[in-house]
Design a protein around this ligand. Structure first.
Ligand SMILES: Cc1cc2nc3c(=O)[nH]c(=O)nc-3n(C[C@H](O)[C@H](O)[C@H](O)COP(=O)(O)OP(=O)(O)OC[C@H]3O[C@@H](n4cnc5c(N)ncnc54)[C@H](O)[C@@H]3O)c2cc1C
Length: 401
């Protein structure tokens, strides 16, 4: 019997772990190394005031995510009914209402009929929005929403990169946010246990690239990929070196409850031109059940702030919103250069990187990570599944099975 092909995955954040899951499921012999902690950016702290997520606070639901979660034995909870409402703040927050979308939807349909609805190469999100959805919707909704979600102004973002999932031919159905009770750490811990039980060789070590008899998947963040690729594809390494990233500060604050919230709902996205300090805020205890006894808010800033700066900024925006309650605790997490800057330069770099895929594939090297067009965990998971399918097809065609 032929031995199973071996795959070595470097990087044990979400991308590496989920690639290991699919690779093991496909019958590969899997070695996974992580230099720091399993889960990478992801992590949940249990504090006396309640849960604190250090990066992502939820997945987008897909049937595939539900399947993987059930294999690793973690039930997913849906959002509370109170999370339906979302706000966009120019001077004051207004709830997002379906009627605000109607003119934009109508404009989109008209553009689609003229086959003018897809982003042009190197078009910014603001440019696409004005052209396809109309200037008013772009100004009042699209620009604040994108800053709140990506931490970058829509004036810089590449429309092709941001909207790619929307124009995919076979798009997996995504339906709302989900999270395990107890936060994302519960999911990561269960996945790690599952991989161990399936015989995945897992090591905490700072790995270098060695290619011997199998496949290599680089699942580190973009910066380390530049170093790791240097000896194997100097051109790919150079493209990685040219990538730029954004830094975010996430500040989770707990407050004493003071009756009904003035803005019941998922959270608020802040317009970039209206002097708000934050890009967005999540009202955690109104999104998922059991987030602790107090009011819990996660404030996202599109820059690095010290703890005292973050505290001041949270209190200033809260005062402007008229939110009551004394702060019980504040925990600040910095995601320094953690998310790629999805601008039009990045779009050009990814086109060039795609051109190098055959060269990397010939050397049995595969790449996964949020610099490749998939910031969200659910998209990273789907990419991992497709990557493993490709790897398995390559192994089969080369007669390694
Ligand atoms: C504040 C914030 C909020 C977010 N919110 C959401 C959200 O609500 N929903 C969502 O879907 N997504 C969200 N995201 C995005 C999501 O969290 C990330 O895209 C995702 O976690 C990235 O995972 P990754 O494995 O690709 O990278 P990482 O988590 O960066 O993992 C890479 C790993 O590689 C390891 N590594 C590097 N070099 C080596 C080496 N030589 N040897 C071994 N290991 C190495 C690192 O130690 C690290 O653990 C958010 C991100 C941030 C920052």
């Amino acid at each position: 019997m032929k031995p199973k092909p071996r795959v070595h995955i470097i990087g044990g954040g979400f991308s590496g772990l989920i690639t290991a899951f699919y690779a093991r499921e496909a019958g590969f012999e899997v070695h996974l190394s992580e230099k720091n902690r399993w889960g990478g950016l992801l992590g949940t702290k249990t504090t006396p005031e309640g849960l604190v997520e250090e990066a992502a606070n939820a997945f987008l639901w897909t049937a595939e995510l539900e399947r993987v979660s059930s294999v690793i034995g973690v039930p997913l909870q849906r959002t509370l009914a109170s999370a339906k409402k979302r706000y966009v703040a120019t001077d004051i927050p207004r709830p997002l209402a379906p009627r605000q979308f109607l003119p934009a939807v109508w404009n989109f349909i008209k553009a689609a009929v003229r086959r003018h609805h897809r982003p042009f190469p190197l078009e910014t999100l603001t440019g696409w929005g004005r052209r396809v959805l109309g200037p008013e919707f772009t100004e009042k909704t699209l620009r604040p929403a994108t800053r709140g979600v990506w931490g970058v102004s829509a004036d810089q973002l590449s429309a092709s990169l941001i909207l790619a999932p929307m124009f995919q031919k076979k798009r997996e159905r995504r339906k709302g946010s989900v999270s395990p009770q107890g936060g994302l750490q519960v999911w990561i811990d269960a996945l790690v246990r599952h991989l161990q039980s399936q015989g995945v060789v897992m090591k905490i070590e700072d790995s270098r690239v060695t290619i011997n008899d199998g496949f290599l998947v680089l699942a580190t963040s973009w910066k380390q990929k530049a170093d790791l690729l240097q000896g194997f594809s100097p051109m790919a390494a150079e493209l990685y070196r040219q990538m730029r990233a954004t830094s975010l500060t996430s500040a989770t604050a707990h407050f004493a409850r003071t009756g009904e919230s003035a803005y019941p709902g998922f959270g608020i996205l802040f317009h970039p031109d209206h002097r708000w300090k934050a890009a967005g805020v999540l009202f955690n205890d109104q999104i998922f059940e059991n987030r602790g006894p107090h009011r819990s808010e996660t404030w996202i800033f599109d820059r690095v702030l010290s703890e005292s700066e973050a505290r001041e900024a949270v209190l200033e925006d809260r005062a402007r919103l008229g939110l009551q309650g004394s702060m019980l605790a504040l925990r600040v997490t910095h995601a320094v250069e953690a998310l790629p800057l999805y601008n039009t330069d990045h779009e050009s770099l990814l086109i060039k990187l795609k051109g190098l895929t055959p060269e990397l594939k010939a050397k049995h090297i595969y790449l996964i990570g949020n610099e490749l067009g998939d910031i969200g965990l659910t998209s990273l998971g789907l990419r991992a599944r497709d990557l493993v399918r490709e790897m398995a097809a390559q192994a089969a065609s080369e007669g390694q099975r």
